[in-house]
Design a protein around this ligand. Structure first.
Ligand code: NDP
Length: 310
């Protein structure tokens, strides 16, 4: 069976930064791209808050540059996705969707988290043209415009408050008659004159010829009281939660209730020696490319130290 010193799962900012550091340390890492080459960032358009790009950079270009930088230092990038793992043996063992099996001495899990979507066909249709799951990433494009945020938790309230600082008007579309968010976040939303909360409202579709121009929504209080109408908006933001891509590793690693991998304090060390978690798969709070990149660097440095002890 093929054996590698260091395998990195995931090709977002965490995975590629880990690969750049590990490559420069002479560890010849192998990156498996996973389901979404380039990671979650590639679902957005322009990145304006990654340091070093004063004019912004196309998200795909940014990831392509990270990939090239990793390859320059000897990293091999493979297109497959891990489908099985055994972290209870030495060497560690992984299986991939192309049928291959590979063992490794150290592993960096940078598999990210996936934003949840409602499952509407229109979300796909308008992805990057008015539909976003990240206000911090895309809010800037909606200055003085009208947007809607879906969700009633802390993330939705936080995103709505953030967007209210930029947009002219923010609708918060909440399916229940109440918000689930913490009291302080609720108050922030309910007292903001730019935010209008639409309780007991669901989205059935989006419309627009040139990107999103509105949402088809339904207000429903029991069966008797149901009203469908069109809500004119320029942007539609999902904030209904994220799912960390950690299922494969849960038999060996401690996660929180949502599935985020728990690490040792500020370090990316997990419960298993030689296994590190970097980026959004271990970060329920920040979920930013630059933060993920930094944790990838830490994971590579830890892996280098660990491999030196073998
Ligand atoms: P949550 O799971 O807390 O909330 C998800 C929200 O989305 C709920 O209001 C839920 O509605 C709604 N929702 C889910 N599915 C659908 C759907 N299909 N259609 C419409 N609405 C839907 O996720 P968050 O991302 O908000 O928060 C995750 C965790 O992170 C929480 O523990 C939160 O406290 C924490 N967090 C903390 C922050 C902070 O402290 N600053 C900031 C952000 C998050 P319903 O209520 O009906 O289920």
């Amino acid at each position: 069976m093929e054996h590698q010193k260091l395998i990195i799962l995931g090709s977002g900012p965490a995975g590629y930064t880990a690969a750049i550091y590990a490559g420069r340390a002479g560890l010849t890492p192998v990156v498996y791209e996973g389901l979404q080459p380039g990671g979650q960032l590639t679902t957005t358009t322009e990145v304006e808050n990654f340091p070093g790009f004063p004019d912004g950079i196309d998200a795909n270009d940014l990831m392509e540059q990270m990939r090239r930088q990793a390859e320059r230092f000897g990293c091999e990038v493979r297109p497959s996705m891990a489908v099985s793992a055994d972290l209870g043996v030495r060497p560690l063992r992984l299986g991939f969707d192309d049928g291959s099996e590979v063992t490794c001495d150290a592993l960096i899990i940078a598999t990210g988290a996936s934003a949840k979507y409602l499952g509407l066909a229109d979300e796909e249709k308008y992805r990057g043209q008015g539909v976003s799951a990240c206000a911090t990433c895309d809010g800037f494009f909606y200055r003085k415009k009208t947007v809607a945020v879906v969700g009633g938790g802390d993330t939705a309230c936080e995103e709505a408050s953030y967007l209210a600082g930029l947009a002219a008007k923010v609708y918060l579309i909440v399916r229940k008659p109440f918000l689930r968010a913490t009291k302080v976040m609720q108050e922030r939303v309910l007292t903001n004159p730019k935010i209008e909360v639409l309780f007991e409202t669901n989205t059935e579709g989006l419309y627009g010829t040139n990107g999103v121009e509105g949402a088809h929504v339904v207000y429903r209080r029991g069966e008797a009281d149901e009203r469908r109408y069109d809500l004119p908006i320029d942007g539609f933001f999902l904030a209904i939660g994220h799912k960390p891509n950690s299922d494969l590793f849960r038999p060996w690693l401690t996660t929180d209730a949502t599935g985020y991998i728990m690490t040792d304090g500020d370090s990316p060390r997990t419960d298993v020696a030689g296994v590190y978690a970097a980026g959004d798969v271990a970060d329920p709070h920040y979920r930013q490319a630059v933060v993920a990149a930094a944790s990838g660097a830490k994971a590579a440095m830890e892996a280098e130290r660990y491999l030196a002890t073998l």
